[in-house]
Design a protein around this ligand. Sequence first.
Ligand SMILES: [Zn+2]
Length: 226
Amino acid sequence: MRFDTDFLEERFHYFNHQIFNGKLSPIPFHINHGVSRAAYIRSLRIQTMRGAKYCKFQFHASDALDLPKSQLEDIILHEMIHYYILSHGIEDTSPHGQIFRKMMKSINESYKRHITISIRRDKTMNPQRGSDKKCCTAFLVTAEIENHGIGLTFCASTRVRNIHHALRTDHRLKNIQWYAYRGSSLYGLPRVRKPKLYNVTETLFSKIMENSTPLDPDTGWHQFLA
Ligand SMILES: [Zn+2]
């Protein structure tokens, strides 16, 4: 069996009430075809152009994984523990730290589950079905946000000019740089139509940059708009 949004939603709702006392807020589900991760919770610190910030969570799962239902459920539960810790602002010692392990152990014991920390996916992930190809192209822009590190965003090609202008006139932003991105995934990030920058993890940032070519504004990069 493979993940789909109906299954994720139904199981999330069920486990939320059975195991988490209904303490998890609804979360949007996204299916990808990636072969490197079975599932993950993305947390986005969103910086709006008005300077406000808020945290948004997304549940991502790959349909490249073909496993028995109970194992998919254990993966969902693993991610729900992450989501519980993140969304309640609990400080753990590491991503799978003491609190994570304690919750995992207690759920495994009380509900006869087999949640684990490392998910073996080498043999179960099927790359033929997943799109491991460099299929996603997008405009990418990065900028240094005053006191908030580097933000990035993928941008709809029709909005490049408007967004470039809006970013350039925002005095809190420095070193605005555009790229042509060509990679296997947009990692759940949207192609924005309004100026908006996302803070992503360092790992994701470097993964994205590996597949990006800088566009020099002085050398006619708007050819990419064609
Ligand atoms: Zn984990």
